[in-house]
Write a protein that binds this ligand. Structure first.
Ligand code: KMH
Ligand code: ZN
Length: 272
């Protein structure tokens, strides 16, 4: 088994969750920054960042991203990865806007899908526009792949030179409308990657823990946090993002995967 340092990414708030569903959801700039720095202290090196406006609604406003970024930077060193997915239905221009702040990384979703009862729209023009915004700002993309069709679409985009050649891949499995988080799905996706490609898995809901464990044994990296899963175990809400990160750190230790420091993660992802 690999002893490659494990990069832990933490999506601290997401766009879809509300306080009605998860009362401890961080919403204000200070709450999001606190949640991020607690997760980093627990072992995360990447913070996957969505932000909320003054009413707690998801927003892609540049000024809010800037404020939250400053607050996180004051509290800790970490790799900041902005969401360009926003919330379901966020207009394309708004989705791209925060990338002009030149975060370390930004997401690039690789296809349209049903997203629960909604449609998460990522048609070709959307992907190319967001991809260009990411490239123009010198940001490292993380390709978000929600099903096998997106994996094959990614290969076609790459062949045509439509998306940046250097990226990290994140498999997001378990969204109703995308591929489920069965282990065989992860195995078939990873099988399709070019040798040496860095990848992680974000298991949604009950898939988070088993997928994390499998990714760790397969040499991949993991994303755990409240955006993807609000439960520590069945029927027991997680107390915080940090609690979910701490569990992964403990398991990694047992599996002899050292947890990557922020500096190591930067080097492994070629972000220096
Ligand atoms: N909120 C989802 C519709 C991303 O951050 O890049 C999209 C999402 C993906 O969360
Ligand atoms: Zn997200």
């Amino acid at each position: 088994m690999t002893s490659t340092p494990l990069i832990i990414s933490c999506p601290v708030v997401g766009a879809e969750l509300t306080r009605e569903v998860y009362p401890a959801l961080p919403l204000t700039a200070d709450e999001i920054a606190d949640a991020a720095s607690d997760a980093v202290r627990a072992g995360a090196s990447i913070i996957h960042l969505h932000v909320r406006d003054e009413e707690g609604r998801p927003t892609q406003r540049v000024d809010v991203f800037e404020t939250v970024t400053q607050k996180i930077r004051k509290r800790c060193d970490c790799i900041l990865q902005y969401s360009t997915g926003g919330a379901v239905g966020t207009p394309l221009e708004e989705r791209c806007a925060p990338v002009r702040l030149k975060p370390d990384m930004a997401t690039l979703s690789m296809g349209t899908m049903n997203f629960g009862p909604d449609i998460y729209e990522n048609m070709e023009k959307t992907i190319l526009t967001i991809g260009n915004a990411i490239t123009e700002n010198g940001v490292m993309p993380e390709l978000e792949i929600f099903d096998f069709g997106m994996m094959e679409a990614t290969e076609r985009f790459l062949e045509k030179g439509h998306i940046p050649e250097k990226f990290h891949v994140d498999f997001v499995l378990g969204i109703p409308g995308g591929m489920s988080g069965e282990i065989r799905n992860l195995v078939s996706l990873v099988d399709r990657l070019k040798p040496g490609q860095s990848w992680s898995v974000a298991g949604v809901g009950r898939y988070q823990l088993p997928l994390s464990v499998h990714a760790m044994t397969m040499g991949g990296h993991v994303r755990v946090g409240i955006e993807d899963n609000i439960y520590y175990r069945k029927g027991e809400p997680a107390s915080s993002n940090a609690q979910l990160v701490e569990r992964v750190v403990r398991i990694a230790k047992e599996l002899d995967r050292p947890v990557a420091t922020v500096a190591q993660a930067r080097e492994m992802l070629d972000l220096s």
